[in-house]
Design a binder for this molecule. Structure first.
Ligand code: GRG
Length: 298
């Protein structure tokens, strides 16, 4: 698969995800109009749609129908959007910009931002429950369970709790990894696994390969995020490389240094490729997505 083919495929999935999201989000003309408008503001017209791309790439590998994948992709992206809205609020990271626009609590208000996150989260599960996403009802329930586990206290929300508790503290590398595996990694892993469950279920060996890949890129995403943050910080006067300058949270760069973080990201990328090797050409898009995660725009 050439770079151009991959770029075309990415654009195509991003466009169909945008349409699918616009279709499932509530009509802004329906009451409560302000909440519905704010939900659309939070989700549409921004974001790289990395998680939907992973759903589609894994789903195509197992011959899943595109309609199944659109719904699964929407569900994951709605959870991601909710997490960003809540993460930006004053009680968490207190950010005023997201995707180049004012954050939801700035554009609307805090109570609306809280409700936007709540409503996006429940909408994600409604999308999975209301639409065909798997060949069997048992498969559909398994996918709902997968997303719930990845989002909850043993997944993303739990990782966020650990992150908040770590402000100003020194974490070991194991503790940092545990936090990121949950906070960012769980939803990225779920994206791959939801895609893989939306078609003919892969055999156990292939499922293990996909899961290993998914875990690696989930963590890789965060290592790269820390590297990008540190490089942006050093380019800005008054910030210290390797610290999350806004709230003094530990990062890979603060713990192991920029060069070692870069080495680690190369090593994890190579391992992710290695995990997919037995799947051959069928996994070309997943391989290219791992590369994209490392070289993604900020
Ligand atoms: C509030 C329950 C709760 C959880 C929040 C994932 C998360 C947990 C917070 C996000 C904080 C953050 C910026 C983490 C760094 C990694 C990350 C998830 C970046 C944003 O994801 P991208 O790059 O964003 O996929 P776009 O805008 O492209 O969708």
């Amino acid at each position: 698969m050439s770079q151009n083919d991959f770029a075309d495929w990415m654009r195509q999935v991003q466009a169909r995800t945008e349409t699918a999201l616009a279709d499932v989000l509530p009509d802004p003309n329906l009451a409560p109009a302000r909440l519905h408008e704010a939900m659309r503001y939070a989700v549409l017209g921004g974001g790289k749609r990395v998680r939907p791309l992973l759903v589609h790439a894994a789903g195509q590998l197992v011959g899943a129908p595109s309609a199944h994948l659109d719904h699964a992709a929407c569900a994951v992206e709605l959870i991601h959007a909710y997490s960003l809205v809540h993460d930006d609020m004053p009680c968490m990271d207190d950010d005023i910009l997201r995707r180049g626009k004012p954050t939801v609590h700035v554009e609307y208000d805090e109570a609306t931002a809280l409700l936007v996150g709540d409503a996006l989260q429940t909408l994600a599960f409604q999308v999975l429950a209301d639409n065909p996403v798997s060949a069997t009802p048992a498969g559909q329930i398994a996918m709902i369970r997968q997303l719930a586990t990845a989002s909850g206290s043993r997944g993303m929300a739990g990782g966020q709790a650990i992150d908040l508790a770590a402000v100003g503290k020194q974490l070991s590398r194991e503790e940092l990894e545990f936090m990121h595996v949950h906070k960012t990694g769980a939803l990225i892993r779920a994206s791959v696994l939801l895609g893989a469950q939306a078609g003919t279920p892969p055999d156990e060996a292939d499922l293990q390969r996909l899961d290993r890949y998914a875990k690696l890129i989930g963590l890789l995403f965060q290592v790269v995020d820390d590297i990008l943050d540190a490089e942006a910080d050093t380019a800005t006067l008054g910030k210290t490389a390797g610290k999350d300058a806004d709230n003094d949270k530990p990062t890979y760069v603060s713990l192991i240094g920029l060069d070692e973080a870069k080495r680690l990201s190369r090593e994890m990328l190579a391992e992710a490729h290695e995990a997919l090797a037995p799947l051959g050409e069928r996994a070309a898009r997943l391989r290219a997505l791992a590369d994209y995660i490392v070289h993604r725009p900020f």
